[in-house]
Every structure is written in C-alpha cells, then in structure tokens.
Design a binder for this molecule. Structure first.
Ligand SMILES: C[S@@+](CC[C@H](N)C(=O)[O-])C[C@H]1O[C@@H](n2cnc3c(N)ncnc32)[C@H](O)[C@@H]1O
Length: 240
C-alpha cells in the first residue's frame, strides 16, 4: 500500500514510521509512506496556509488553494483521499478493513480551527478518530496508518491473531495472562493451566462477552455511535 500524507508538520511522523512493526513494514517496502509539506504549494513569501474565517469568529481556517493544488499534485490516479476532521464519520475497525483493501490513500491533516469547507470537492471522505478534539490531524493520521497497515498481509507476521482481536467479531478480546502463575497472590485462572482447549475456548468466549457487555453495551445491542458508522463513500470524485 502507498500512503501520501499532506501536513504542515511532516517531522511529526519520523518516530511513528520508523518504530516497531510500522518501521519494519516501511523498511521492507510492504508499506510506502510519502510525507508532503503543504507549504510547498503556497505562493507567498510567508508560505501562508491559513486565513481568518468569513463571517468572523475565533481562530484561523486552512486555505483551499494550497490544499487543492497539493492534492492534485500528490494524488496517485484513483487514490482514496481522506481529510481528518472532528466533524467526520467515525473511524472504526470496519473502516480500517475497507481502507486496507485500497491500493493507495491520501491523508490530509487539518490544523487551526479547521479547513475551508470547499475541500469537500477534493476529497472522498472525512474521518474522525473519536469524540474529542485534537490540535491537528497528524495524530489521527498516525492512528489510521497504524490500524490500517496491520491489516495488510505481511505487516504483523501473525495474521491468525487478527481474527480474535477486539472488534473482529463484534466483541472485545478475552483477557490475557503470561508467566508467572502467581504474582503477589494474584493467580492466573485455573482453566488456562488446565490444558483443556475446549474449556479454555468456552471460558475465553464467556469472558469476551462479559467484558463487551460491561464496557461496550453499544456493541452488544448493535446500537450506538461506535458501530462502523463510516460507510464506503458513494459520491463520485469531482477532481482527479
Ligand atoms: C483544533 S482541530 C479543529 C476542530 C474544529 N474547530 C471543530 O470543532 O470541529 C484542528 C484539526 O485537528 C484534526 N482533528 C481534531 N480532532 C480530530 C478528531 N477527533 N479526529 C480526526 N481529526 C481531528 C482535524 O484535522 C482538524 O482540522
């Protein structure tokens, strides 16, 4: 997969893209990430990417011209273009799976109070990573790159585990333990030491169901915001 990231802080990604599984995937070429400085598409000597909002109000708004020019220049043909926004559809594991099936993504990181709404003509969808406000889209891009890339074959090297992970089957994962058997009187549950694999599977399933019911009742009822609320966008691209 090839990912383009458009940002005014490309340096934000240096640690993210060189660490752990992501670092290995980039080094191997399983994942290609290209960072683009948005200011390279400005034309004034101050390399300005923001301006005051029409209608008044707090803060600054990201200008449309450098964003549109940059998107036209950096988007590979057919690339799927995503703007990060607190006003976007919710990013979920289901959306991560959808994006992981695409050959190329362009991720646009907002800053300031937001982005000129006309950006909608140059992107395919807007994604929000959770119900809170970040100072910029870079952290959201890092989250999406990590969640999507671990679904690409060859990135985590243990694809079997993906089927049992939280959200894979509408449940949170069961609890995990490792050595020692007892730590300060805290014991590993007997069933995990029994060697009875059918019993262990039953226990894990019951634990996963109980944790999901307690912590994420919205997942059990199929209601609530955190469902896979960002369907594949239907709208045709207005700009290539
Ligand atoms: C300070 S925020 C702007 C928030 C905006 N004024 C609002 O109330 O929706 C600046 C940028 O951070 C990013 N951002 C903030 N929260 C986000 C979230 N929950 N998910 C994805 N991106 C987010 C977006 O790119 C946004 O343009």
């Amino acid at each position: 997969m090839r990912i383009e990231v458009l940002t005014i802080f490309p340096e934000y990604f240096s640690g993210v893209l060189s660490t752990s599984l992501l670092g290995k995937a980039v080094a191997r070429g399983t994942l290609e990430v290209h960072l683009h400085q948005l200011r390279d598409w400005t034309t004034d000597k101050h390399r300005t990417v923001d301006d005051t909002p029409y209608g008044g109000g707090h803060g600054m708004v990201m200008k449309i011209e450098p964003l549109a020019l940059a998107l036209e220049a950096i988007s590979p043909p057919g690339a799927h273009r995503v703007l990060f926004s607190a006003r976007g559809h919710r990013f979920t594991q289901g959306v991560a799976h959808r994006l992981a099936g695409l050959p190329s993504l362009v991720l646009v990181c907002g800053r300031y109070e937001g982005v000129d709404e006309r950006i909608g003509s140059f992107i395919d969808e807007q994604l929000c990573i959770g119900d809170y406000v970040l100072s910029g889209g870079e952290a959201a891009a890092a989250v999406v790159i990590e969640a999507v890339s671990r679904l690409i074959p060859g990135v985590i090297g243990n694809e079997g585990s993906l089927h049992e992970e939280s959200f894979a089957a509408g449940l949170l994962e069961y609890p995990q333990y490792t050595r020692p058997e007892v730590f300060r009187e805290l014991r590993v549950p007997d069933v995990l030491l029994s060697g009875n694999h059918a019993e262990i599977a039953r226990w894990r399933r019951a634990q996963a169901e109980a944790a999901t019911t307690e912590r994420r009742p919205d997942m059990r009822t199929g209601t609530g915001a955190p469902a896979d609320s960002a369907p594949a966008p239907a709208k045709p691209k207005k700009h290539e």
